[in-house]
Write a protein that binds this ligand. Structure first.
Ligand code: GLN
Ligand code: ZN
Length: 763
């Protein structure tokens, strides 16, 4: 049979981040709008050309964006929040970017994570909108690819159910009304595509991997019945990804031409469904076998076996070999990496290399096997070399981690008793004040680091500079009147990179950028070997800071789960095992700090929530080992040593039990963005350990007034035990200015004094 290859979407940013650079130049006024459009077109066409040259059969169009594909969908439907002035017609860039980034008169729309990825989309606000089709973007993209490159593109569209589910600003009871408004617009798009002669359209409905209500399933049927009736000749690929679909039998019956399933992240669920219920004979299976989110070469041999198995479950000519999801989530190419260990380099496949894999697999399964036997061999030997490398065979680590993961990580006394011992030792006042760790990374700090990285400064010069910064801020913290101090994290650019660079088992790419939101890209470290502690990472600066003050200075570490969730990780062992390796390494740092006389140690875990599996039934298990990893890294300290943790960025209200199970003596947690919700959840669950709710939002340069913080404190004290309550900002202060930080903290201490006067009698 003839099997075709297809890609679900390609990274926008470009091998040299040219997309990011163009956006930022345009925003800063350095690029005229017309020049901006032509630069973006050039980038877009380059990406299409690359896929064409590599031989991908079905290439996505309209996956490109000027910012975010969900925002594109909303603006295509004229869904513009009322606070932006918009007069109809094609949405101007000023409005488009206003929604994404805010203007001086109107705040930006909220952004949030795209399913369980680190990509953030702009949340559409339906409230008050009157949807109209402002332009047929998929059609425009299709025509461009055809005219300029002769590509018969496959337009990609966010499906109606997913779009509605990800939008806000309407009540559940209004869902059908909204669907009625949107459906005709979708129909118009599809009809215009059909009359243009488009062959395939990919409608993305990743929401189908989550649990849907009976009403939503009904809506799903309405949507796809309507599409089939209004554009009967259009081949719709109903595309799902990131997990297995929940309601396979309903989905299999929809009148679409193809169904795209993820056979990497949803492998077992999807396989089971197909085997149990069969695959409809009238449909094409889009088999997502190449991981769109991972960075590793696939074992082509294994993938071929899988494809052969799948081809027996479908009728002939019903298979398309696909990436499991859009390649948006991986860097562009391994080609520009020059400094990686050979065994690692050879085992990597970023977007461009994944294109090659797809083409090879399609050829191989179409029985052109002889051509590619060589390639298969090459691939297997690269994977084997990495497997056999020293980095993956630190047997001492493997044994130690296996041994400690057998034990239940536990402090030797329960919190209630530790707390008494700690109070006796530290003699902290009621409502102790502290900060989250970092202080402003001024231009001076960044410049110093650059001089040092370029070799213009030697280690001694740089260390002296860091010490000066610590001096300044220890003095300031004392003057402001904070109770528990920090050294300020001036030596760190990034809380994960800093530790990754000092632990064994990590690698850093030069160009492995991935879009996080808008033009913001991140370059996640790669955990490719067994993680091992080499030497202490934070002791020097912390000890120095402690030598400058009588007050306690907290040691600052990033936790195992956060390090893991913000990195690309190896796939030959489980995430759970990786977390335990990290925990074991961090435990050694915790012990080194304690040994150096540091009596309070904070292990930050802002990213715990991000690793939460999409499927509800998998969540408890994940949380259990995440909690265990945290405890593993912190449980061996003396009872008088106070373990702190910090969390931010997300909703915690449904995971208070897990947070409590981490058994940190004190947690500081962000509240100002989740507003009352978190406090409300403490009404329902009592929290029995030390806790500081952030009393001001550090994301804004505004200096919070004393009264605002007083009211935050009073609200929290209605539900939390005053004896266990701490006062701190929402998060680290590294992005803030010098003066504003000092003023804000002064106000925070003043609000604390007021609360102390008011409550000291009652405690
Ligand atoms: N300790 C880190 C800091 O203060 C925590 C950052 C975070 O939570 N993202 O910067
Ligand atoms: Zn934070």
């Amino acid at each position: 049979m003839m099997v075709k290859s297809s890609v679900l979407g390609y990274p926008r940013i470009g091998a040299d981040r040219e997309w990011k650079k163009a956006l930022e130049a345009f925003w800063s006024g350095k690029l005229e709008e017309s020049e901006f459009h032509s630069q973006l077109q050039e980038i877009r066409l380059n990406h299409l050309r690359k896929q064409q040259e590599k031989g991908i059969d079905i290439i996505s169009v309209n996956d490109f964006s000027y910012y975010d594909h969900v925002l594109d969908t909303a603006t295509m439907f004229g869904i513009i929040p009322k606070r932006f002035s918009y007069e109809g017609g094609v949405v101007p860039l000023s409005v488009y970017y206003g929604i994404a980034r805010g203007t001086k008169d109107a705040t930006a729309s909220e952004m949030t994570k795209w399913f369980n990825t680190n990509y953030h989309y702009i949340v559409p606000e339906l409230d008050g909108a009157a949807p109209v089709l402002t332009e047929n973007r998929p059609l425009k993209a299709y025509r461009e690819a055809k005219e300029k490159l002769g590509i018969e593109g496959k337009p990609v569209i966010v499906g109606p159910l997913t779009f509605l589910k990800l939008s806000k600003g309407y009540r559940v009871s209004e869902t059908d009304a909204w669907l009625e408004r949107l459906l005709p617009l979708y129909v118009q798009i599809l009809q215009e595509l059909a009359s243009e002669g488009v062959q395939w359209v990919q409608i993305d409905e990743p929401i189908l991997v989550t649990k849907l209500s009976a009403a939503d399933l009904e809506r799903l049927k309405t949507i796809y019945d309507t599409f089939a009736a209004s554009a009967p000749n259009l081949n719709i690929m109903l595309q799902t990804y990131f997990e297995s679909v929940e309601n396979y039998s309903d989905i299999a019956q929809l009148p679409v031409r193809g169904i795209g399933l993820d056979f990497v992240h949803g492998f077992s669920g999807n396989m089971q469904s197909i085997k149990a219920l069969g695959f409809p004979a009238d449909k094409v299976l889009g088999a997502g076998v190449i991981d769109g989110r991972g960075i590793w070469k696939a074992s082509l041999r294994e993938k071929l076996v899988l494809l052969e198995e799948l081809s027996e479950l479908v009728t002939a000519d019903q298979l398309i070999v696909q990436s499991s999801c859009s390649l948006l989530h991986v860097p562009v190419t391994v080609k520009n990496e020059a400094r990686l260990l050979t065994e690692l380099n050879d085992a990597l496949a970023f977007a461009d290399e994944k294109l090659d894999e797809l083409v090879l697999l399609a050829k191989a399964i179409s029985s052109e096997e002889a051509v590619i036997i060589d390639e298969l061999e090459k691939c297997e030997s690269a994977l084997l070399a990495l497997k056999l490398s020293d980095e993956r065979n630190r047997t001492d680590i493997q044994h130690a981690v296996a041994a400690i993961s057998e034990q239940t990580p536990e402090r030797s006394l329960p919190f209630s008793e530790r707390h008494i011992a700690q109070q006796k030792k530290w003699q902290l006042p009621i409502f102790p004040t502290t900060t989250i760790g970092s202080f402003p990374q001024s231009a001076e700090v960044r410049r110093a680091r650059q001089l040092w990285r370029k070799g213009e400064w030697n280690n001694e010069q740089y260390a002296n500079f860091i010490r000066e910064q610590i001096d300044i801020w220890i003095k300031l913290q004392e003057e402001i009147g904070l109770d528990v101090l920090v050294h300020g994290e001036f030596e760190r650019t990034d809380m994960v990179e800093f530790f990754g660079e000092k632990l064994a088992g990590f690698a850093f790419t030069q160009n492995g950028w991935v879009q996080s939101y808008g033009s913001r890209c991140v370059k996640p470290p790669i955990i490719f070997g067994d993680v091992a502690f080499k030497e202490s990472m934070t002791v020097e600066e912390t000890k120095y800071a402690q030598s400058k003050t009588e007050r306690p200075v907290k040691g600052m570490l990033t936790g195992p789960i956060t390090i893991m969730n913000w990195s690309f990780v190896r796939e030959d062992i489980t995430r759970e095992q990786i977390a335990y390796q990290l925990a074991y390494a961090l435990r050694q740092e915790v012990e080194a700090l304690e040994h150096a006389g540091i009596g309070m140690i904070q292990v930050d875990e802002p990213a715990v929530r991000e690793g939460l599996p999409l499927k509800e039934e998998d969540q408890a298990k994940y949380l259990a080992w995440a909690v265990k990893a945290f405890r593993m890294s912190t449980c061996t300290v003396q009872n008088t040593t106070q373990i702190h943790t910090h969390m931010c960025y997300c909703e915690f209200h449904d995971m208070i039990d897990s947070i409590e199970a981490m058994d940190a003596d004190v947690i500081s947690i962000e509240t100002s963005r989740s507003h009352g919700e978190l406090i409300h959840s403490f009404e329902l669950n009592t929290y029995k350990l030390g806790i500081g709710l952030g009393v001001y939002d550090i994301h804004s340069p505004r200096i919070p007034r004393v009264e605002e913080m007083t009211s935050m404190i009073e609200r929290a004290l209605r539900v939390l035990d005053p004896k266990l309550f701490w006062i701190n900002p929402d998060c680290g202060l590294k992005t803030r200015g010098f003066e504003e930080t000092i003023d804000s903290l002064r106000n925070m201490v003043e609000a604390t004094e007021i609360a102390r006067t008011k409550h000291s009698l009652t405690v």
